[in-house]
Design a protein around this ligand. Structure first.
Ligand SMILES: [Zn+2]
Ligand SMILES: [Zn+2]
Ligand SMILES: [Zn+2]
Length: 456
C-alpha cells in the first residue's frame, strides 16, 4: 500500500504545526479496531530466536522441526513455501556469503545493537537490489519509496559493513542507514521482542505520544510476512490525531533525551507537560516502611483520580508528595519486589506490590495501554507464573477445605485484588486482541487462570 492509499483507509496525513505531518482520523474508530496494517519490508530475528522461528514468517516451531537452508545452514524455514518467498525477497543475495560475513572480525567487533542494524541493512540492500525497476507501482517499490521518504535521524552514525556484494554507492548506503535509528521497530509476540523490522508506511504515518490513542501489535501467520497492525486503544473521533508510542512511556527520565537525541523532537504530550511542571523528581525512599508508605499513598490517590492527571495534562491535580513515583527507579524497585516475592511464593507481599504496580501503571499510561497487558502477560506468561501459582494455591486451599472440611478461605482483600487483576487484564488484552504467536497467548493464560480461580 502506498502513501496515497491512506486516504481510502479512513486516515490521512495532514500538515503539523511543528512536525512534518500528522495522521488524522477521517472516520471514527472504536477501541480495538484496526487503523492500519503494514507488512514487514525487511526483518531480522534476534540471535537467540534463530532456529526456533521461521526466518520468513516468524512461526515458532519445536526444536529441530524447521527446515535449514542448505546453502548457508544459518536460516530456517517452515517449509519450501517460506524458503522460496524469503529467497526471492532477499536471501538469494545473502545466502552464499552469510557465514563469512558474520564471522569476519569487522562484524564480530560490532555491539549487539549494531549487529542487528548490520543484518537489517544487509537485508534491506538485498531487497532493494532485487526490486524490479519496471514495476514502479508494485507494493515493494512503493514501500521502498515510502522508506526513502522517511526523515533521517539527528545522529549521523556510520553505516556498519553489509553482506551482499552490490553496486550501490557508499553514499546511498549511508543514506538508507540514516533512517534506521529513528524508524525501525521491535517485533514482539505476546509482548516479548523476538526480532527487529522495517515497516515504512507505519513509520511515515504516526507521530509519538506518551499518552497514545493507538498501539502496535504484530500478527504472525504461516507463509506470510509479519504484519504490523495499528490498533485503536480507545474511541477515536473524526479529526483526532492518531499517535503511537515510539518508546515505553514509563521510561520517564530517559524518554525525553531519547526524543531529543534519537528522534530530534520535543514531546509536548500532556504527560511530558506535567513532568516538566513537577520539575525536580526526587529519588524514592530507600527504607522499607517509607517506601511502603509512598506505595499506600499512591494507591489511595489512584483510587480517587479519574482519569490520570498525566493523561489530562492538569499538573495542579498531581500531588507534589508523590513526585518520587515518577523516578524511574520506583517502577524497577516495585517490579523486582513483585518478581522476587511471587517467585518465593510470598503471596501477600507479591499481591501488595502487584496492587502498587497496577496503580502506577494507571497513573503513567493511558487507558488500555498494551504495557499494562504486557505486565500481566509477563506475569501470566509461563505456567509457573505468579497468577497461575495463586490460582493453584487457591485450588489447593479449596481442595484441602474439601478434604478436611475446615475453613481455609483466602483473605477477602486478596480475592478482591485477584478479581480486579483478572478483570483489568481481560479488558486491556481484549482491546489489543490476539497478537503474535496464535497459541498460548496471554488471553489463553487468562482463561486458564479464570477457570482455576472459579473452581476454588
Ligand atoms: Zn514460515
Ligand atoms: Zn541460506
Ligand atoms: Zn510525552
Amino acid at each position: 500500500m502506498s502513501l496515497d492509499d491512506l486516504q481510502s483507509k479512513n486516515i490521512s496525513l495532514e500538515p503539523h504545526p511543528v512536525g512534518r505531518s500528522k495522521c488524522v482520523a477521517r472516520n471514527s474508530f472504536t477501541a480495538g479496531s484496526t487503523i492500519l496494517s503494514n507488512l514487514s519490508f525487511v526483518d531480522a530475528l534476534l540471535p537467540s530466536e534463530k532456529g526456533h522461528r521461521c526466518d520468513y514468517c516468524h512461526h515458532h516451531a519445536g526444536p529441530g522441526s524447521l527446515k535449514k537452508c542448505t546453502g548457508c545452514a544459518s536460516f530456517y524455514y517452515c517449509d519450501q513455501t517460506c524458503q522460496n518467498k524469503h529467497w526471492k525477497s532477499g536471501h538469494r543475495k545473502i545466502c552464499k556469503t552469510y557465514n563469512s560475513y558474520t564471522s569476519a572480525s569487522s562484524f564480530q567487533a560490532l555491539d549487539q545493537h549494531k549487529k542487528m542494524d548490520a543484518l537489517l541493512l544487509s537485508g534491506l540492500v538485498a531487497r532493494v537490489a532485487l526490486l524490479d525497476v519496471n514495476e514502479r507501482n508494485s507494493e515493494e517499490n512503493q514501500a521502498f519509496l515510502t522508506f526513502q521518504s522517511l526523515l533521517p535521524g539527528p545522529m549521523a552514525a556510520a553505516a556498519p559493513p553489509i553482506n551482499p556484494k552490490h553496486s550501490f554507492s557508499a553514499e546511498f548506503i549511508q543514506n538508507l542507514y540514516s533512517r534506521f535509528e529513528n524508524n525501525n521497530h521491535t517485533i514482539h509476540s505476546h509482548f516479548v521482542t523476538h526480532a527487529h523490522g522495517i515497516f515504512p508506511l507505519a513509520s511515515r504515518s504516526f507521530n509519538h505520544s506518551c499518552m497514545p490513542n493507538a498501539g502496535v501489535k504484530f500478527v504472525l501467520q504461516v507463509h506470510e510476512p509479519v504484519k504490523m497492525e495499528i490498533v485503536a486503544l480507545r474511541a477515536i473521533s473524526i479529526g483526532d490525531e492518531i499517535c503511537i508510542p515510539y518508546i515505553d512511556p514509563a521510561l520517564l527520565q530517559t524518554r525525553m533525551s531519547v526524543f531529543d537525541l534519537t528522534y530530534g523532537f520535543t514531546c509536548f504530550c500532556p504527560s511530558c507537560n506535567v513532568i516538566r511542571k513537577v520539575g525536580n523528581i526526587p529519588e524514592p525512599p530507600k527504607d522499607t516502611p517509607d517506601f511502603q508508605a509512598v506505595c499506600k499513598r499512591l494507591r489511595e490517590f489512584v483510587g480517587t483520580m479519574e482519569p490520570s492527571p498525566l493523561f489530562t495534562g492538569d499538573d495542579s491535580r498531581f500531588p507534589k508528595d508523590l513526585a518520587c513515583v515518577l523516578h524511574e527507579s520506583f517502577i524497577s524497585t516495585l517490579s523486582e519486589q513483585f518478581s522476587a516475592a511471587s517467585h518465593d511464593g510470598q503471596y501477600d507481599v507479591a499481591l501488595d506490590s502487584s496492587a502498587s504496580l497496577t496503580a502506577l501503571y494507571q497513573l503513567l499510561y493511558p487507558p488500555n495501554y498494551p504495557q499494562i497487558g504486557k505486565y500481566f502477560a509477563r506475569t501470566l506468561g509461563n505456567q509457573y507464573s505468579f497468577y497461575h501459582l495463586i490460582g493453584l494455591h487457591f485450588l489447593e486451599k479449596a481442595k484441602s477445605c474439601w478434604n478436611h472440611s475446615v475453613r481455609s478461605t483466602p483473605e477477602v482483600s486478596t480475592v478482591t485484588e485477584l478479581e480486579r487483576s483478572i478483570a483489568a487484564a481481560r479488558e486491556v488484552l481484549t482491546v489489543i486482541g490476539n497478537e503474535g504467536d496464535p497459541d498460548n497467548g496471554p488471553l489463553v493464560e487468562l482463561s486458564t487462570l479464570s477457570r482455576l480461580y472459579q473452581r476454588q
